[in-house]
Design a protein around this ligand. Structure first.
Ligand SMILES: [Zn+2]
Length: 216
């Protein structure tokens, strides 16, 4: 029951949109290698290749330095005694969800890649791609909204997360971009160049720790 509540908190209304970039060298070959390694279907490969231009930004970002500097601000009070502990908890969560990537969280960072507004009081969490800012009602949605900034898209159509549609990768199973898990499916594991799969239970446990401290 507690776990269900946690998952529902994680996936409360999230959205965003974006665009791809140029340079596709290596994408198809790398996707084929990944498909073979993971035993994914030919349908998965065809689905991904048909969206190659759409996903190039995320693919290229995953072949970059895989570091993300996050500058934190607040839209409402969040009850942590220590901001240092809060940022450390966010870093632990992010690095559990993005294995192989490295994160820094701070209150002031002129070189930040992303700004995150915590305790957001608006109607839903979202990503503003033109300012690289994510607005989070609950911090557990961080990975999903950052995903939009990195060039990822929903695996569902409209607001219907339960019915497979053209944006659902074949054979994928659960994924953060499907709002059906706290870890990534194989499409994002490939695009973001993640080093292995995440431990879903460890992620949910860390989210629980953050919620317990942030939202009494
Ligand atoms: Zn979204």
């Amino acid at each position: 029951m507690k776990r269900l509540l946690l998952i529902s908190l994680i996936f409360i209304a999230a959205c965003g949109s974006g665009s791809g970039t140029s340079s596709s060298s290596g994408f198809a070959g790398a996707a084929l290698t990944f498909q073979t390694e993971k035993g994914l279907s030919d349908e998965w490969y065809s689905w991904l290749i048909s969206r190659q231009s759409y996903y190039l930004e995320a693919y290229n970002r995953g072949r970059g330095d895989r570091t993300v500097r996050v500058e934190i601000s607040y839209d409402s009070d969040i009850a942590w005694d220590s901001e240092e502990e809060h940022f450390a908890a966010l870093k632990t969560l992010a690095e559990l969800q993005f294995p192989g990537w490295s994160f820094t969280f701070s209150a002031s960072d002129s070189d930040a890649d992303v700004r995150a507004v915590l305790g957001y009081t608006g109607v839903s969490s979202y990503a503003n791609l033109s300012t690289d800012t994510i607005y989070l009602i609950y911090e557990g949605i961080f990975a999903h909204e950052l995903g939009h900034i990195l060039g990822l898209y929903h695996h569902y159509c409209g607001n219907d997360v339960s019915t497979p549609c053209s944006e659902s990768p074949p054979d994928e199973g659960k994924c953060i971009m499907g709002r059906s898990a706290a870890s990534w499916g194989p499409t994002e594991q490939f695009l973001l160049n993640l080093t292995g799969e995440s431990d879903e239970d460890a992620i949910l446990s860390q989210m629980g720790y953050i919620y317990t401290n942030s939202y009494p």
